[in-house]
Design a protein around this ligand. Structure first.
Ligand SMILES: NC(=O)c1ccc[n+]([C@@H]2O[C@H](COP(=O)([O-])OP(=O)(O)OC[C@H]3O[C@@H](n4cnc5c(N)ncnc54)[C@H](OP(=O)(O)O)[C@@H]3O)[C@@H](O)[C@H]2O)c1
Length: 283
């Protein structure tokens, strides 16, 4: 796979992974219109050599986890599934926080049940809200996850939608293996954090690597893509792999064709001149 491997604690994953959020129904609520198509995407991911799937009980809710189990259980040994807890869904499709100890214990139990596992490989504590990271201590919810880790229900911990201060606070409580925040070619709030985590051997997993619900659009990106006879998506993913060795990709798609395109495109070679041109987009 493009980009080689990275180690999350004691778990080796290919840096090119897959984000399962797009497999649920519209607005990440309910069942997909094409269940067989969703299962085919997951099977294709594993066939391509993807060993890192990102998911959450909040997707659907509980839909993508159940699809993952239906498509892939019993899981091949190299596959590692990363989940997130700390938000639920409301009637309007919103993502209200749910970070009381009882919320987190229930979310972990549901993930175990829906995925058919005895222990979860990596659990991210999702902080902040739909507007992004928000300041404030993560001690109480993070300590709840540490307790579940001690009980053997979680192998490794991470944080998501977190400020740099919250990342530091988590590390002072227990080791973390990854930080999952919004980041892409055009949105680069975490540049300093990425470099800091790279020095510490901690993975940075950008969500919305392709712009999420609003696809990345940039004249400079399109110009580089046209010159390389590649898609803007491929250039955006290849740039992320080159940005730092601790970046793991989890682009989302509900289409087998897009999954294949992204896996091939992320390996696109970029020259120093192209990298410099792309670097200016989000500065
Ligand atoms: N921690 C958090 O708070 C958080 C928040 C959001 C997401 N996430 C995670 O991050 C993962 C990635 O985010 P994301 O899926 O929302 O956004 P993304 O990867 O930036 O973009 C996904 C969008 O791009 C489209 N797409 C993908 N490949 C394409 C291609 N080759 N050509 C054209 N369109 C393409 C997809 O549509 P098609 O389905 O049509 O391909 C989908 O609409 C999620 O799956 C989820 O696991 C985490």
């Amino acid at each position: 796979m493009p980009g080689g491997t990275w180690t999350l604690g004691d778990l080796t994953v290919n840096r090119f992974g897959y984000g399962a959020m797009q497999l649920a129904g519209p607005g990440v609520m309910g069942l997909p219109a094409d269940r067989e198509g969703a299962l085919a995407v997951l099977r294709e991911a594993v066939d391509l050599g993807i060993t890192h799937i990102d998911t959450s009980g909040a997707y659907g809710p509980r839909v993508t986890n159940q699809l993952i189990r239906a498509a892939l259980h019993p899981y091949p040994a190299p596959l590692h599934i990363v989940t997130k807890v700390g938000a639920v869904r409301d009637q309007q499709g919103g993502w209200p926080p749910a970070r009381r100890p009882e919320d987190l214990r229930r979310a972990v139990q549901e993930d175990l049940q829906d995925l058919g596992l005895d222990a979860l490989d990596v659990v991210n504590l999702r902080l902040g809200n739909a507007q992004g990271p928000q300041p404030g201590s993560l001690a109480e919810p993070f300590e709840t996850l540490v307790e579940l880790q001690r009980q053997g229900l979680i192998r490794h911990l991470g944080v998501s939608n977190a400020t740099a201060e919250q990342v530091a606070e988590a590390q002072a409580i227990a080791p973390i293996v990854c930080v999952q925040n919004m980041y892409n070619l055009a949105y680069r709030q975490d540049d300093e954090l990425i470099d800091d985590l790279a020095a510490k051997g901690i993975a940075y997993v950008p969500f919305f690597p392709l712009g999420g619900f609003t696809p990345l659009q940039s004249t400079a990106l399109s110009a580089v893509a046209t010159r390389l006879d590649a898609s803007p998506m491929s250039v955006a993913l290849a740039w992320l792999l080159r940005r730092s060795p601790n970046i793991l990709l989890i682009p989302g798609t509900s289409a087998v064709t897009h999954l294949r395109e992204n896996a091939a495109g992320a390996g696109l070679p970029l020259s120093d001149e192209e990298l410099a041109e792309l670097d200016k987009i989000g500065r």
